[in-house]
Design a protein around this ligand. Structure first.
Ligand SMILES: Nc1ncnc2c1ncn2[C@@H]1O[C@H](COP(=O)(O)OP(=O)(O)OP(=O)(O)O)[C@@H](O)[C@H]1O
Length: 359
């Protein structure tokens, strides 16, 4: 699994499938993660060849890291929508996040036919990835190797994603195996899909939700929580997650501060499976008892380093440790960050199952 150590590292928890609970207390990981670098100087690989005077990929600044992983299994895999079969009728009329593009390409679109972003993910191929942990599920080379379900696969084709990016190649199989994960990957490397795909797939295959959780209740009980530091990032994740979950029956709602809460409350009342939220607004919703975390099966923290840099640690701690969220070992935790210096590891590893120091 491991690759050159020059640009990558990983911290890991127990990779051995363990009973959901109880689990031993986590030992903090070591603090020798990569040093924080100036973000503004970083050029994601997919943008490096955009202008004629852009540096060649080989001379561009290397990414700082790659996924690191950990483990614990989650509960059973049932078959809520038959692994991607027909979703319930109530979702048939959901707005199409792909606009007018109704058709699902029969085959993955070759890279040079991409119409959306022109992103060159071929540039990521040379990125070394290091994983650690015990019995780490192997990385995949294609989306076809992963059983994400038919509806999600259709959306991947609609998104014109041909191949998984490195962080997706490693993180998706690990997450699908029910393991906790700490992944260090740079902005623009495809992290959103790396945590959304397993979450959406897991919800689709999970046991049917109780009626009260499908809307009509004053207190929304999402199954997955994606915490992100800013309104902009939350909106971006929401937009992507809606595309990935189109016609899967999985409903995504976003809640962020700096905007009226009324519409967000209405959206929550209609039912929510995946809640994308900023910490401050979520605390507000929890205090109003408009959201309960009691049903959370997946917790994803995106840009964990930025979240803590921005002073959200007390809110994050409160959300994860002091409200009604199921403990680690019961929920699955996915941490994503561009850097994982010591203080971030110290703050976040208690959220993970069976951490141990990196070798
Ligand atoms: N496998 C893929 N193939 C092609 N495009 C992809 C793939 N995965 C993600 N993308 C696209 O790459 C872009 C960057 O991905 P994404 O926003 O998920 O990165 P990120 O690491 O989450 O960045 P940020 O930290 O800014 O949120 C998006 O336009 C996304 O649609």
């Amino acid at each position: 699994m491991a690759a050159p150590s020059r640009t990558s590292w990983a911290d890991v928890a127990d990779a051995e499938p363990a009973p959901p609970a109880p689990v031993p207390a986590a030992a903090p990981a070591t603090s020798n993660g990569p040093a924080r670098a100036d973000r503004s100087s970083y050029v994601p690989p997919h943008l490096r060849n955009r202008s004629s005077n852009a540096p060649p990929v080989s001379s561009a600044p290397p990414p700082r890291a790659a996924p690191g992983l950990l483990g614990r299994p989650t509960g059973g895999v049932g078959g809520r929508f038959g692994g991607g079969g027909a979703p319930p009728r109530r979702w048939d009329r959901e707005p199409n996040p792909f606009g007018d593009e109704e058709e699902v390409p029969a085959e993955p679109v070759p890279f040079d036919e991409h119409q959306n972003t022109g992103i060159n993910f071929e540039a990521y191929e040379d990125i070394p990835v290091e994983t650690s942990g015990r019995e780490v599920p192997p990385a995949v080379g294609t989306f076809a190797e992963i059983d994400l379900g038919a509806a999600l696969n259709d959306n991947i084709r609609r998104c014109k994603y041909v191949r998984p990016t490195p962080v997706q190649r490693h993180a998706i199989p690990i997450s699908l195996a029910g393991r906790d994960l700490m992944a260090c990957a740079q902005t623009g490397s495809g992290k959103t899909a790396a945590f959304c795909f397993p979450i959406i797939s897991g919800i689709m295959r999970g046991p049917p939700m109780q009626r009260s959780q499908r809307g009509g209740s004053r207190t929304a009980c999402p199954l997955a929580l994606i915490l992100s530091p800013t309104r902009e990032l939350s909106m971006q994740i929401h937009e992507e997650a809606r595309k990935f979950s189109y016609q899967t029956g999985v409903r995504v709602v976003v809640a962020y501060g700096g905007a009226p809460i009324t519409q967000q409350l209405r959206d929550l009342e209609r039912g929510v499976d995946i809640l994308v939220a900023t910490p401050g607004r979520l605390v507000d919703l929890l205090e109003r008892a408009r959201v309960s975390l009691q049903s959370i099966r997946y917790l994803a923290l995106d840009e964990a380093d930025r979240m803590l840099d921005m002073g959200f640690e007390p809110q994050v701690r409160r959300i994860v440790e002091q409200m009604d969220m199921p403990p680690r070992g019961v929920r699955q935790t996915l941490l994503f960050s561009a850097t994982f210096p010591g203080e971030i590891q110290a703050a976040t590893t208690p959220y993970l199952t069976r951490m141990h120091a990196r070798p």
